[in-house]
Ligand binder design. Structure first.
Ligand code: ADP
Ligand code: MG
Length: 361
């Protein structure tokens, strides 16, 4: 055996000695994918990217090249593909595209392969889609030491309820405000009770409403696509101090048209909060009360945890709290983690770290 072979062997042993696998949290979302990785200084670095990719041909070699995330969305709007558009990979080709996307993200961001990875998984009653997601997860290069999945709404609640894993010892209700679904659940020491999902109240639907309202507000002069509507929402929606904003479109015959949006964005998010409160108060909570009355009572005396990207809208937590209290005719409190769009991955990372510390790999 040559020296170099021995050295390689030593290195492998050295890695083992040098310690534990890296604990990583991943959330593969319909709009964005987030990965939380220890930064080596006791903190976390997070990778956040749109869940999309575009391919193009290398003009020199003719090989197929892959671009992902914001770059793919801005440079190739004509053929960018959102691989988890409906929340989960619907079929084999969706799973393959998602795997390609994830491989690119993992490679480009130096996500360690010698890792214990916890994935935050949506609560959707779609066995096929979940199996496809599982195949993406298992086929990926990361998670050599361990791969686990936990519900996204539990992972997302973790940073809202303490600096460690207090959420897993707690009883609470949580509502995830995502792009393709609204999910609500109660958790009892980590056990998910009465999982509830509806595709009727969603961030994507808000984007469609904004696009329609913009057309109305501009008397039909302005048509925006759903991506632009999403950007308006993410940049301008604000229940505390919304400011009207202007934008410019190029007109087909040449020239440009400047317009101001005063109502379209806030009308849409305002309806969204009403609908979310309605689903929680009149569909989810009665089911919880019916199946687990004690848990219902305990949980409503505690803050309701709002997670998911739509919880980023300034003031939405207070609005939700106020309107839900009114609807239930009792005072309830609502809270959100500091960065709701990152919290599922951050919570998943803490679970992964706990598993590593417990030598569960
Ligand atoms: N800063 C923000 N302000 C308003 N909406 C946001 C913000 N960030 C994300 N969102 C919205 O949240 C939704 C995505 O939430 P997320 O929990 O990531 O969903 P999913 O798990 O469905 O991918 C999208 O509708 C997105 O536009
Ligand atoms: Mg989600």
């Amino acid at each position: 055996m040559s020296d170099s072979d021995e050295n390689e062997g030593d290195e492998a042993v050295g890695d083992g000695d040098g310690g534990e696998p890296t604990a990583i949290g991943v959330k593969l979302g319909s709009t964005r994918t987030v990965i939380a990785i220890p930064d080596g200084d006791g903190g976390l670095r997070t990778v956040k990217t749109l869940t999309c990719l575009a391919t193009y041909e290398d003009v020199i070699t003719g090989e197929e090249r892959v671009l992902y995330g914001e770059e793919a969305a801005t440079e190739y709007p004509d053929r960018v593909q959102y691989t988890l558009r409906s929340g989960l990979p619907e079929d084999e080709s969706g799973a393959e595209l998602t795997a390609t996307f994830f491989e690119e993200v993992v490679g480009a961001n130096d996500v360690p392969t010698d890792s214990a990875v916890v994935y935050a998984i949506p609560t959707i009653d779609n066995e096929r889609g979940l199996e496809n997601l599982q195949s993406v997860i298992e086929g990926s290069a990361i998670g050599e030491a361990l791969i686990r999945s936990y519900p996204e709404s539990l992972c997302g609640s973790v940073p809202a309820l303490g600096d460690d894993l207090e959420a897993v010892e707690d009883i609470f209700v949580t509502v995830n405000l995502g792009s393709t679904n609204l999910e609500a659940s109660a958790y009892r020491r980590g056990e998910q009770l009465v999982p509830f999902t509806t595709g009727a109240v969603t961030g994507n639907e808000v984007d469609r409403m904004i696009a329609n309202y913009v057309e109305e507000e501009t008397q039909g002069r302005v048509n925006i696509d759903n991506t632009t509507a999403r950007e308006y929402k993410e940049e301008h929606a604000d229940f505390v101090d919304f400011e009207p904003f202007t934008d410019v479109i190029q007109q087909p015959g040449g020239g440009s048209h400047e317009f101001t949006i005063e109502r379209s964005v806030m009308d849409a998010v305002d309806e969204y909060v009403d609908e979310a409160v309605d689903e929680v108060a009149n569909a989810f909570l009665p089911e919880l009360a019916n199946d687990h009355i004690k848990v219902y009572q305990l949980a409503l005396d505690r803050p309701i945890v709002l997670t998911g990207g739509m919880a980023c809208i300034p003031g939405i937590v207070a609005e939700f709290e106020e309107r839900l209290s009114e609807e239930l005719q009792r005072d309830v409190e609502a809270v959100a983690p500091d960065q709701p769009e990152l919290s599922a991955a951050v919570g998943a990372q803490r679970i992964a770290q706990r598993l590593v510390d417990a030598d569960a790999y």
